[in-house]
Design a protein around this ligand. Sequence first.
Ligand SMILES: *[C@@H]1O[C@H](CO)[C@@H](O)[C@H](O)[C@H]1NC(C)=O
Ligand SMILES: *[C@@H]1O[C@H](CO)[C@@H](O)[C@H](O)[C@H]1NC(C)=O
Ligand SMILES: *[C@@H]1O[C@H](CO)[C@@H](O)[C@H](O)[C@H]1NC(C)=O
Ligand SMILES: *[C@@H]1O[C@H](CO)[C@@H](O)[C@H](O)[C@H]1NC(C)=O
Ligand SMILES: *[C@@H]1O[C@H](CO)[C@@H](O)[C@H](O)[C@H]1NC(C)=O
Ligand SMILES: *[C@@H]1O[C@H](CO)[C@@H](O)[C@H](O)[C@H]1NC(C)=O
Ligand SMILES: *[C@@H]1O[C@H](CO)[C@@H](O)[C@H](O)[C@H]1NC(C)=O
Ligand SMILES: *[C@@H]1O[C@H](CO)[C@@H](O)[C@H](O)[C@H]1NC(C)=O
Ligand SMILES: *[C@@H]1O[C@H](CO)[C@@H](O)[C@H](O)[C@H]1NC(C)=O
Ligand SMILES: *[C@@H]1O[C@H](CO)[C@@H](O)[C@H](O)[C@H]1NC(C)=O
Length: 366
Amino acid sequence: MLGFRHVALLGALVGLVSADCNPLNTTTTCPADPALGTEHTWLFNSTLDSKLWDMQTGTLEYTSEGADFVIKTENASTLLVSNFYIFFGIMEAHVKMAKGAGIISSVILQSDDLDEIDWEWVGYNTSEVQSDFFGKGNTTTSDRGGFHAVANADTEFHNYTSYWDKDRLEWWIDQELVRTVNYSEALTVYGKNYPQTPCQVKISNWPVGIPSESIGNIEWGGGLVNWSDVPFTMTVSKVRVQDFHTGKEYVYNGTSGSYESIEVVSGNSTAQAEIEKQPAKTLAQKWADLGTAAHIGVYCGAAAFAAIAIAGFVFYCLRQRRQGRLERALGEGQPQAPDPTEMETYKKQWRQSDWATRRGYQAVGQ
Ligand SMILES: *[C@@H]1O[C@H](CO)[C@@H](O)[C@H](O)[C@H]1NC(C)=O
Ligand SMILES: *[C@@H]1O[C@H](CO)[C@@H](O)[C@H](O)[C@H]1NC(C)=O
Ligand SMILES: *[C@@H]1O[C@H](CO)[C@@H](O)[C@H](O)[C@H]1NC(C)=O
Ligand SMILES: *[C@@H]1O[C@H](CO)[C@@H](O)[C@H](O)[C@H]1NC(C)=O
Ligand SMILES: *[C@@H]1O[C@H](CO)[C@@H](O)[C@H](O)[C@H]1NC(C)=O
Ligand SMILES: *[C@@H]1O[C@H](CO)[C@@H](O)[C@H](O)[C@H]1NC(C)=O
Ligand SMILES: *[C@@H]1O[C@H](CO)[C@@H](O)[C@H](O)[C@H]1NC(C)=O
Ligand SMILES: *[C@@H]1O[C@H](CO)[C@@H](O)[C@H](O)[C@H]1NC(C)=O
Ligand SMILES: *[C@@H]1O[C@H](CO)[C@@H](O)[C@H](O)[C@H]1NC(C)=O
Ligand SMILES: *[C@@H]1O[C@H](CO)[C@@H](O)[C@H](O)[C@H]1NC(C)=O
């Protein structure tokens, strides 16, 4: 079972991300890697900030519980890549794997020179997750994979966390440590194949069970994909990423690819600035921002308005009552036909009352 491996993920992801510049290639100069420089948790149930995350292949479908990475048609795949890098750190992903032979769900850290730290779910086994790592894209042996039991990995979110510093790599499932790899041990060729350069977060649901893959990869994936079973859906509810360095960006000094050769350029991380950017404010937030003094002012204004309105109304009512009494007094023993002069007086009084009321309204409104 440990036999085959792993050109698959590298092949597939490198294929999808072919534009990357390898800093160990002496004939090229690559741009600096923008640092995350902080820690942040992204909830995947609303649209991700495209300045921080790049959906390079396929599209995300958001639901209240997270983002679905869906394979809907033959050979389709999905790939989300962070625009930021971490230089040692923690990645915590809450994931439901996609089920189906030949389908691979993966959450990895990968650097420009192809160091890699992986979580991979192979779609035919929904009771397992695999851990793996690579140094400088070295796939000459396939003996680094770890296999870890997880219950209902396709229907329940679990917490898959990778911890990565210069001394060791750890894989945690639901807060339980399931694997450790030290910087210097046989499996890392005593550090040479230890992941140690700034990495991006890459999240993908993709098919390995297709004829163009090697027989070994297809077997690893559990055979060819049955395309009548689409869609194949992987769901991510949230991702926490912590960068162990702070600064603006990471630069390779030379082509050794060792962590000692990585220069941490000081300054402000643009990713951090983007994260801390103020979101558009709601009316309630704007109200809260006004402060107590302003609130009292507005309440007083409203109270004044109410008081003047009530005063106007009372004035009007009193006038009406007095007018009513006068009319009754004058009307005793008189014919019912209205007196024209009385009507004039009445209208005039009514207009005055009306004016008094409206003046109150306008005074507050101004
Ligand atoms: C190095 O970069 C050059 C120019 O971009 C490219 O042609 C070559 O294939 C690269 N070599 C490797 C080993 O990546
Ligand atoms: C996203 O998930 C969080 C935490 O579960 C929840 O508080 C929030 O309301 C959700 N947002 C949406 C848009 O569903
Ligand atoms: C690749 O890894 C193998 C062991 O996994 C090791 O023997 C070999 O030296 C490595 N190659 C390079 C170029 O590091
Ligand atoms: C699925 O993974 C579990 C845990 O690693 C393992 O015990 C089981 O044999 C696997 N099932 C298949 C069909 O490979
Ligand atoms: C996920 O697991 C990591 C490692 O154990 C832990 O630090 C983190 O608090 C866990 N997250 C949640 C939400 O429980
Ligand atoms: C890793 O290092 C720890 C001590 O830091 C040691 O206890 C453990 O045996 C080492 N593991 C391997 C596989 O070398
Ligand atoms: C999918 O890829 C395979 C090669 O792996 C190819 O033979 C097949 O025609 C492709 N199908 C579609 C619909 O593109
Ligand atoms: C593919 O899936 C369909 C529907 O689930 C099923 O009827 C068919 O037998 C499967 N084909 C193979 C080759 O397993
Ligand atoms: C790059 O490395 C060389 C030799 O290791 C060192 O002298 C130089 O100061 C480094 N440059 C930077 C910008 O760190
Ligand atoms: C970095 O941010 C701080 C605080 O926001 C600011 O005072 C400083 O000028 C910024 N530095 C640069 C180089 O932009």
